[in-house]
Design a protein around this ligand. Structure first.
Ligand code: C2E
Ligand code: MG
Ligand code: MG
Ligand code: MG
Length: 283
């Protein structure tokens, strides 16, 4: 690294920036092609009422089924998607696909909500509420069965525009939840500013719950805060039963995590959680 300050290093530095840019452009082009070839899929992770084990929802999580690399996680491509021209197209596909799936489950008699992660482009466009209304109308999904998840970074750009959009979305009867709560810079002020229905405790606080008193204090306060504000609260990243039990004792009503089910294809979700046998197992 120290070499980067000498004369030769200067060239090296430019080289590395160029390489990074090339990698990004290649990935962008690949992603556009992937969208055309329908290589994106939505996986669904179950969400449960912790005290009685009742299934309450499914969070839709995108995957890229790459012809060579196999299944690619959103962490590896969503940051690029979110700042590239195909962002809107993919975000629309996610919303449409998740709502279509949710409507199919609803029509089959299953009562569960579908969680969809919003992308920055959807708030920037200014017409998110209109697209949500259109998707609900075209898929037949009940507005109350849809939950849109927002993270702090997508609120940063234009708070007033986001607020207006959220008010319109809530008017439709759609739920809004605050994802990765506690990891951003201004979580508390956003709680005050935006009309939210629930918050999701980030898994970084849940992971060490049993061993780290600081995490326990943060989670416990967050649960108390959400109750006082009249918000629902769900814990993310529950990996074992002991953590789930601890959360129940702290008053957390809902949870999701590997302990109950990893994100999986819709067909597998149905077999595991929506068949008569699955229902009997929980009861
Ligand atoms: P997120 O919305 O906070 O989703 C939760 C992430 O935690 C998922 O990662 C999920 O697989 C993972 N997770 C759930 N339970 C556990 C657990 O018990 N242990 C551990 N270690 N991890 C757990 P995933 O699917 O890789 O997604 C990562 C992030 O990518 C999401 O975080 C979300 O911010 C973003 N993302 C995923 N799908 C979409 C999408 O369709 N649209 C947008 N805009 N963003 C998406
Ligand atoms: Mg989420
Ligand atoms: Mg999260
Ligand atoms: Mg996240």
């Amino acid at each position: 690294r120290a070499k980067a300050t000498n004369r030769g290093g200067h060239v090296l530095f430019e080289d590395s920036i160029r390489r990074e840019l090339e990698t990004r452009l290649t990935l962008e082009a690949e992603l556009a092609l992937a969208a055309e070839r329908n290589e994106f899929e939505l996986f669904y992770q179950p969400q449960f009422h912790l005290a009685d084990g009742r299934l309450i929802g499914a969070e839709a999580l995108i995957r890229w089924r790459h012809p060579v690399r196999g299944l690619v996680s959103p962490g590896e491509f969503m940051p690029v998607v979110n700042t590239s021209p195909i962002s809107e197209r993919i975000a629309e596909w996610v919303l449409q696909t998740a709502c279509t799936q949710g409507a199919a489950w609803e029509h089959a008699g299953h009562k569960l909500r579908v969680g969809v992660n919003l992308s920055p482009s959807q708030l920037e466009s200014g017409d998110l509420a209109i697209s949500v209304a259109q998707v609900l109308a075209s898929t037949g999904l009940s507005p109350t069965s849809l939950e849109l998840e927002v993270t702090e970074d997508i609120l940063l750009h234009d708070e007033q525009a986001a607020l207006n959009t959220f008010l319109e979305i809530q008017e439709l009867g759609v739920r809004l939840s605050f994802d990765d709560f506690g990891t951003g810079f201004a979580s508390l002020s956003y709680l005050k500013k935006f009309p939210l229905d629930g918050l999701k405790i980030d898994r970084s606080f849940v992971l060490g719950l049993l061993t780290n008193p600081d995490d326990a204090a943060i989670v416990s306060s967050t649960i108390g805060l959400s109750k006082q504000l009249g918000l629902s609260v769900i814990a993310e990243g529950i990996e074992d039963r002991a953590t789930a039990d601890f959360l129940v004792r702290m008053g957390c009503e809902e949870g999701q995590g590997y302990c109950f089910g990893k994100p999986m294809p819709a067909s597998e979700f149905e077999v595991k959680f929506l068949t008569a046998a699955a229902a009997a197992e929980v009861a």
